[in-house]
Design a protein. Sequence first.
Length: 286
Amino acid sequence: MTTQKGTMMTETTRTVPVAGGSLDVRTGGHDGPALVFVHYWGGSAGTWTEVIHRLPAGQATVRFDQRGWGSSRALPGPYDLGRLADDLLQVVGTAVRGPYVLVGHSMGGKVSQLAAARRPAGLAGLVLVAPAPPRPPASVTEEYRQGLSHAYDSPETVRHALDHVLTATSLPEAVREAAVRDTLAADAQARHEWPLRGIARDVSRAVRDVEVPVLVLAGEKDGVEPPQVLRDHLLPCLPQAAMTVVPGAGHLLPLEAPGAVATALAGFLATTPLPDPRSAGDAVTR
């Protein structure tokens, strides 16, 4: 294990075995339920840094680079949603003791929906941040997916996506360049799996098995997953979900509005009942 110290947090990195290798998982804090963060297509564990900095002191957190991205880019495929959900539950089962909440952004939101649908022990809730809906809208055509698959071809195309598609506000330059580096630090197959297949996969039937409380955060000016798309294609599958719209924000809520995300997470934790202690020890899937 290694320990990392940030300006406002201390994290321990541990190795979690998964199919074909291992993930480096960063854990911090001690006050539960733990927040388990799952990043977007193009993101990394670092996507959540500014959110974590704004959480109450001592809040337990877990984050990692998903298979095919960042420090996990050498892990072999497949990189489909099912394998990513397997990895997520392996992280939870190894790195989390006690109740936890999954916090998934965009692609990570769809992964988190699938993981939650398996009803793993210890799961207390689900927070979906600008999530990809379980049932893709009609706009996700073959032509759209082919075009999307080239959005991350080069630093120039990534910057264009960040400035003109993914955000509604200007990111600080350091945050913007970190996002560019994260996006380019991917296995080519992992980079293409989401736009060509994952985004179009209909998992609505599975997601109806989610039983825990759900909070959905949407960016008012999100051009990727607009609030109305989430109302039409997500909320019907999760009738227990409540949705909050973040004013003025686009798709990259953890980078554009980390304070709003942190505030919403703290509020969700304060009002979410914990699962039965008999099922909230070492988290495992049923």
